[in-house]
Design a protein around this ligand. Structure first.
Ligand code: C5P
Length: 222
């Protein structure tokens, strides 16, 4: 039988990252953070001084950038190595998110990342977190979830996260960035953000993490 996949798609700040990680832990399945791949390519392109709208140069960068996920020394989290450099902290910034969103609209860049993503599908199962996991990368996944939350709620969550990390941001600017990125992700020609027709929609506005995890687990284990 094919290795089962649970796809979790949705806009930024819907809680996908945290939910996907906890659900994967519960199930004992592997985790694919596909957003980190786009962030890594955006970061590598920026570090190389490329113009992010230069589709050919950024595509070559996507084809050659070495991205590795590696457990930290104490096993408490995953570090992301981009061409051998630990870029985990840089990849979490809003700047990296915006760069990711810009290069993610280039079709051959997305194509360059397909094989890498398919390679995460290993027994006993995979939780795949992203925008197009259920629609493009794993269309045959037996389990699909689409997480949403209001833009105001997502901005609040993001604000809290970034403040805890000591980053200097304002709530209003975050909400504007989130809305702009949503718009770009949903209106782009390639792999626009939209739920797969068979995805279970979960609106997480007003729900806490445990409630969302429990709800998502029922999709896999009814
Ligand atoms: O999920 P995350 O915020 O890390 O994703 C960063 C950006 O990468 C998104 O705004 C989106 O433009 C892009 N992305 C994508 N397809 C994915 C995952 C992320 O286009 N599967």
């Amino acid at each position: 039988a094919p290795v089962p996949v649970l796809t979790i798609d949705g806009p930024s700040g819907s809680g996908k990252g945290t939910i996907s990680r906890q659900v994967a832990e519960h199930l004992g399945w592997r985790l694919l953070d596909s957003g980190a791949l786009y962030r890594a390519v955006g970061y590598a392109a920026g570090a190389a001084g490329l113009d992010l709208s230069d589709a050919e140069a950024v595509t070559r960068c996507a084809q050659t950038t070495k991205i590795r996920f590696q457990p930290s020394a104490d096993g408490s989290d995953t570090r992301i190595l981009v061409n051998g450099h630990d870029a985990t902290d840089e990849l979490r910034t809003e700047t990296a998110g915006a760069a990711a969103s810009a290069i993610a609209s280039i079709a051959p860049v997305r194509q360059a990342l397909v094989e890498l993503q398919l390679g995460f599908r290993k027994a006993p199962g995979l939780v795949a977190d992203g925008r197009d996991m259920g629609t493009v990368i794993f269309p045959d996944a037996p389990f699909k979830v689409f997480l949403t939350a209001s833009a105001a709620e997502r901005a609040k969550r993001r604000y809290k996260q970034l403040k805890e990390k000591g980053l200097n941001v304002t709530l209003a600017s975050l909400q504007r960035e989130i809305e702009a990125r949503d718009h770009r992700d949903a209106s782009r020609a390639v792999a626009p953000l939209r739920p797969a027709p068979e995805a279970v929609l979960v609106d997480t506005t007003g729900m806490d993490i445990d409630q969302v995890v429990a709800k998502v687990l029922t999709v896999v284990q009814p």
